[in-house]
Write a protein that binds this ligand. Structure first.
Ligand code: NDP
Length: 332
C-alpha cells in the first residue's frame, strides 16, 4: 500500500518536495491487532505544527516515516477480540492506504448512522472542538453575541450554528472569500459575515457588531484576535482554539497591540485542546446527531479523491480551498 512520508521539514509554506508518496508492505495483524483498509483520512491545520522539529503537545512527525492523523477504514483482517472483518473503525493512522494497529487504538463507528467521513468532521474531532470550545471553554450563554473567525471551516461553521441554536443574540463570522461569506449568512444562518480580505478586520467587525461581542472563538489569531479584543464587551470571553494565520510564519509574529484592554474589560482569553474534552463526547454526539437529523445543523465537506492528492489537499486547506471539513477519500 502507498503512504505519505515527510521527507524534509518545511520552512514557511510547505512545498511538494517536502513530501513523498511511497510504497510500503502490508502486513498481517499481530496478536490483539487489526488490519484496516483506509477509506477516508483527515488533513488538519495542526499537522503543520507536527512538521516542525519542536517540542509541543503532540510529537513531531519523523522524517521518512508515514505521517499520522485521523482516518476511517474497514477492517480487512482481525486478530483481536470484538473486531470483525467488515467493521468500520476510526483510528489515528491516516495518510496511508493500509493501517495495521492495536485494536485498542481503534473505535468502531456505525456506517448506518452517518456518512463515514462525518466521523472525521462534524461528528468527530472538529465538531467536538466547536462544541467544547463554545459551551465549555467560552462558557457561552443564551443572549451572548458571538464572533467566530475561520467561520466557513470545519470548526468555525459549527461554532456559529451551535451558538444560534442555543440562543445567541447575534452571530458574526469572517472568512476568506465572498462565496464563503454568502454561505455563512444564507445557509448557516449567521446574522452577519465579512470577507477579511476585503478590508480591515477591526473596521468590518465593528460594523457587523455595533453593540460589541461577548464571545470570540479564535481560529485565526493575528489581526482577528486584535479586532476581537477591541470589540469584546466587559466580561467577554475568548476561546483561543487556533492561529492559522501564523502557522507558516518564519519569524515570531506580533501580539495584539491592544492587549491592555483585557484589564479594564476583565476579559478571559483561554486556550484549549480538544483532547481535554473527551468527557463531553456522549453529550456532543447526542446533540449534534439530533441537530443534523432535524436539519437544524448543516455542514459541508470538501472531498479530495485519491491518496496521490493527499499533499495537495493539505496545502489546499492552508490556502483556504476547503469549505467545511477537508477530507481525502481513497477510491480503491
Ligand atoms: P478549517 O476547515 O477552518 O480550514 C482552515 C481554514 O483556515 C481555511 O479554509 C482558510 O479559510 C482559513 N485560513 C487559512 N489561512 C488563513 C489566514 N491567514 N487568515 C485567516 N484564515 C485563514 O480548519 P479546521 O476547522 O480544522 O481548524 C480551524 C482552526 O482550529 C485551526 O486554527 C486549527 O488549528 C484549530 N483547531 C484547534 C483544535 C484544538 O484542539 N485547539 C482542534 C481542531 C482545530 P478562509 O478561506 O476563510 O481563509
Amino acid at each position: 500500500g502507498r503512504e505519505w512520508h515527510l521527507v524534509a521539514r518545511p520552512h514557511g509554506w510547505p512545498k511538494a518536495e517536502d513530501f513523498a508518496l511511497r510504497e510500503a508492505a502490508v502486513t498481517e495483524p499481530g496478536e490483539g491487532r487489526i488490519l484496516v483498509r483506509n477509506l477516508h483520512f483527515s488533513v488538519d491545520p495542526y499537522m503543520r505544527g507536527r512538521m516542525n522539529d519542536v517540542k509541543s503537545y503532540v510529537p513531531p512527525f519523523q522524517l521518512d516515516h508515514p505521517m499520522e492523523g485521523g482516518a476511517i477504514g474497514e477492517v480487512i483482517a482481525s486478530n483481536a477480540e470484538g473486531f470483525a472483518v467488515g467493521d468500520h473503525v476510526l483510528h489515528g493512522l491516516g495518510w496511508r492506504e493500509y493501517a495495521e494497529l492495536p485494536a485498542k487504538h481503534a473505535t468502531k463507528v456505525d456506517a448506518s448512522l452517518a456518512p463515514l467521513s462525518a466521523y472525521l468532521g462534524v461528528l468527530g474531532m472538529t465538531g467536538l472542538t466547536a462544541y467544547a470550545g463554545l459551551f465549555d471553554v467560552a462558557s457561552f450563554k443564551e443572549g451572548d453575541a458571538v464572533f467566530v473567525s475561520g467561520a466557513a471551516g470545519a470548526v468555525g461553521s459549527q461554532v456559529g450554528q451551535m451558538a444560534k441554536l442555543k440562543g445567541a443574540s447575534r452571530v458574526i463570522g469572517s472568512a476568506g472569500s465572498d462565496e464563503k461569506v454568502k454561505l455563512l449568512v444564507e445557509e448557516y444562518g449567521f446574522d452577519a459575515a465579512f470577507n477579511y480580505k476585503n478590508g480591515s478586520v477591526a473596521q468590518q467587525l465593528k460594523e457587523a457588531a455595533p453593540d460589541g461581542i461577548d464571545v470570540y472563538f479564535d481560529n485565526v489569531g493575528g489581526d482577528h484576535l486584535e479586532a476581537a479584543i477591541s470589540s469584546l464587551n466587559v466580561h467577554g470571553r475568548a476561546t483561543i482554539c487556533g492561529m492559522i494565520a501564523q502557522y507558516n510564519a518564519t519569524e515570531p509574529t506580533p501580539g495584539p497591540r491592544n492587549l491592555a484592554l483585557v484589564i479594564g474589560k476583565r476579559l478571559r482569553l483561554q486556550g484549549m485542546l480538544v483532547n481535554d474534552h473527551t468527557a463531553l463526547q456522549p453529550q456532543f454526539v447526542q446533540d449534534v446527531a439530533g441537530w443534523i437529523a432535524s436539519g437544524e445543523l448543516k455542514y459541508n465537506e470538501t472531498v479530495v479523491e485519491g491518496i496521490e492528492n493527499g499533499y495537495e489537499a493539505f496545502a489546499g486547506l492552508l490556502r483556504g480551498e476547503n469549505t467545511g471539513k477537508m477530507i481525502v477519500s481513497l477510491n480503491q
